[in-house]
Design a protein around this ligand. Structure first.
Ligand code: FNR
Length: 193
């Protein structure tokens, strides 16, 4: 039976008009064309309190964090585009990863991320494209057992980089982003197919 990789695509930004949502959308289309089943997640749909072990003790594991864990467990690969906030990743993304990494009932510590393959990207209106968040995101995912593709993309001047259909106006960059998504799929097929 042929193997269809399942890819979870999301942005580290909550805002509706997020440039990072557009970036991850292009990579996700590349993954889909390469034969993956792609799920888009809007982190805003799963608001989580700031992780606090006392809160877990008193009220149990957060329901949205549990759902995020289950969604992660149901996927083999990740496509994440994140903004850079003050030279790192946004608190909402770090908090969601922190929650998901914890043990929760039958979910063992770190099990949600281990063995996944990820492609990471960033976007910013600035000229560096938010690239400084990527080394942090890479380090976090790596320590959780994710194979993060060596290539990464930082989209500069992101506020003027996309057309109304969400396509990157630079065809070369558009196809590099699509290829990035496809590479996650190809590696998963080699690893698990
Ligand atoms: C930013 N922004 C930003 N940009 C950047 O290139 N380097 C940085 O360090 C920061 N720092 C930063 C901190 C905070 C708190 C905010 C709210 C914003 C700007 C950021 O790149 C811009 O708002 C992007 O548009 C955010 O990404 P989305 O929401 O468009 O995906």
């Amino acid at each position: 039976m042929s193997y269809t990789p399942k890819i979870l695509a999301f942005a580290g930004s909550l805002r509706a008009q997020s440039h990072n949502k557009k970036v991850v959308g292009v990579a996700a289309e590349g993954a889909r064309k390469a034969g993956a089943e792609v799920t888009f997640l809007n982190l805003k749909d799963l608001p989580m309190p700031i992780y606090d072990a006392d809160l877990v003790e008193e009220h149990g594991f957060d329901r949205n964090a549990t759902e995020f864990q289950q969604i992660l467990l149901a996927h083999d690969g990740l496509l994440i585009a994140s903004p850079e906030y003050n030279a790192s990743l946004p608190a909402a993304l770090k908090n969601a990863i922190d929650w998901a990494s914890r043990a929760n009932g039958e979910v063992k510590l770190g099990a949600t991320f281990k063995g996944k393959v990820a492609g990471i990207m960033s976007a910013s209106p600035g000229s560096f494209g938010g690239i400084r968040c990527l080394s942090h995101l890479r380090a976090i995912l790596s320590i959780l057992g994710v194979f993060v593709l060596p290539d990464e993309f930082a989209i500069s001047a992101a506020h003027e980089a996309f057309d109304d259909n969400g396509l990157h106006k630079d065809e070369k960059m558009h196809s590099l982003l699509e290829q990035h998504g496809a590479n996650v799929v190809e590696i998963l097929k080699k690893m698990r197919g």
